[in-house]
Design a protein around this ligand. Structure first.
Ligand code: GBH
Length: 465
């Protein structure tokens, strides 16, 4: 009993530059913070981070998409997606982070854009997906400094000036929380690059404030440089609060718990509303970042869509306490996918869309699921197939939530599956597979998984099969 999706619904897949490209030192690219960070740390078999201990790992080849992009675009064309979300690497375009532009870097993206155009796939471009130029980290601590926002805006101007005639959908930043709060904190060892331990929490909040400034300046730069009408958005990962049962009291509780004031999606609240949430100042107190006059005006640029990366959620129920709600711990046997944080919460897609739409007071704001997908322990069987039936279960259940949101008229206009290819999964390197196409990292052979064919059939039918 599933609906037919609207004919203008955008079906897509998503990737990010550092996770798939490889070619780390080709065509004038210089290192990002992830190039060095990923050589310093790796996951132990017990899941925690330990020093890498070898100098030249093959990991920077990722999926060698830099050379194999044509094959990858063909896979997307055969899948039937209408849009492809990918990111541009700042350190390919401006290898030192600031200063001169690298034409050879642009040429790679021009080849990719040509190929997408030839196959009728629309590009949706993320300008920053965590790969800060290492030079800027060394020079002034990248996101720790306000200078980062200005340098980002200059990079954006360069990209939009050169490529803007062929791109109509732009995303400034992917998941501010991840590259600020997981990159700069007091965790040893750190989870994300640059993995810098900063003295005070206030300094961590300062990095995310700078990222918001970069977003605001970035939106202005896109609008100023784009030679054609375009749509600009921001992407974040909200912590999705799912009512344990859909009683009015639990729904109210889940909305009250939806985290606007601080972490996750809360970080982008000022970009949508022009203010940090009252709860932000209250919770942070002396840890709050320094905000200069005019910052909030810069940050609060009109955007055309909001991208939600949703993978999982938490159960909430109404409670007789000061807040009026409580988070429920999951029992140890609760179903989850192949990541410690990836609990099976198919209703998180529906509730994510609904909470954002109802509680931001922006019912007009167009929403896109910019990432959803799961890691699974995929294996190639004797017939050479990858039967990732767990991923199909995950995707189908999650897409039911999108279908429900559409029937209830929430403004959800697209779904981008994470990810097209198995890829470099950040601090887990290649140990986790999120693709609907399997990668053999020895040979770089691509093998479409069962989920790839399932998604293809759904796109073609316009409904969940
Ligand atoms: C996305 O983030 C990323 O945009 C994408 O690049 C990535 O490949 C994909 O997810 C799959 O991971 O270890 O307890 O500190 C998803 C949001 C943010 C969820 C970081 C896990 C770490 C939790 N992720 N978070 S913890």
């Amino acid at each position: 009993m599933s609906i037919t999706f609207p004919t203008n619904f955008q079906w897509g897949v998503a990737t990010a530059a550092f996770q798939i490209e490889g070619g780390a030192s080709l065509a004038g690219r210089k290192p990002s913070v992830w190039d060095t960070f990923s050589q310093q740390w790796r996951r132990s078999s017990r899941g925690h981070m330990v020093p890498m201990g070898f100098a030249k790992p093959p990991h920077l080849d990722a999926c060698d998409h830099f050379h194999r992009y044509q094959e990858d675009v063909k896979l997307m064309a055969a899948l039937g997606v209408t849009q492809y979300r990918f990111s541009i690497s700042w350190c390919r375009i401006i290898p030192n982070g600031r200063g001169s532009v690298n034409v050879a870097g642009f040429e790679f993206y021009e080849r990719l854009l040509d190929c997408l155009e030839a196959h009728g796939i629309e590009p949706v471009v993320t300008l920053f997906h965590w790969d800060s130029p290492l030079a800027l980290e060394n020079q002034y601590g990248s996101w720790r400094s306000r200078e980062m926002a200005d340098d980002f805006a200059d990079y954006v101007t360069a990209v939009v000036t050169r490529l803007g005639d062929r791109i109509r959908h732009w995303i400034t930043l992917n998941e501010i929380t991840c590259f600020t709060h997981l990159g700069y904190n007091d965790r040893v060892p750190p989870e994300h690059a640059p993995g810098t331990i900063v003295p005070r929490w206030r300094d961590v909040w300062q990095t995310s404030h700078h990222a918001l400034l970069a977003h605001g300046l970035g939106v202005q730069a896109i609008r100023a440089a784009s030679p054609q009408p375009c749509r600009v958005g921001l992407v974040d990962n909200f912590g999705i609060t799912v009512p344990l049962s859909e009683t009015p009291a639990n729904i109210t509780a889940a909305q009250a718990a939806f985290p606007y004031h601080c972490n996750n999606g809360g970080l982008i609240y000022p970009a949508i509303t022009g203010q940090y949430h009252a709860g932000f100042w209250k919770t942070l107190g002396a840890e709050a970042p320094q905000v200069q006059d005019g910052d909030l005006t810069t940050i609060h640029q009109p955007i055309d869509f909001l991208g939600l990366n949703i993978y999982t959620g938490s159960h909430i129920r109404a409670a007789d306490n000061v807040r009026g709600y409580e988070y429920l711990d999951l029992p140890s046997g609760y179903p989850r996918l192949d990541m410690p944080w990836l609990n099976f919460f198919p209703d998180s897609l529906y509730w994510g869309i609904r909470h954002v739409s109802e509680t931001l007071n922006r019912p007009d704001l167009s929403l896109i699921i910019t990432e959803n997908g799961c890691a699974a322990q995929d294996e190639v069987n004797a017939q050479g197939e990858v039967l990732d039936l767990d991923r199909i279960l995950y995707l189908k259940q999650h897409l039911q939530g999108v279908a429900r949101a559409i029937t209830e008229d929430y403004p959800i206009h697209g779904y981008y599956l994470w990810s097209l290819l198995d890829n470099f999964e950040w601090s887990w390197a290649y140990a986790k597979r999120f693709g609907i196409v399997y990668i053999n990292y020895q040979t770089q052979q691509r093998i479409p998984k069962a989920s790839y064919y399932w998604y293809r059939d759904c796109i073609q039918a316009g409904k969940l099969l």
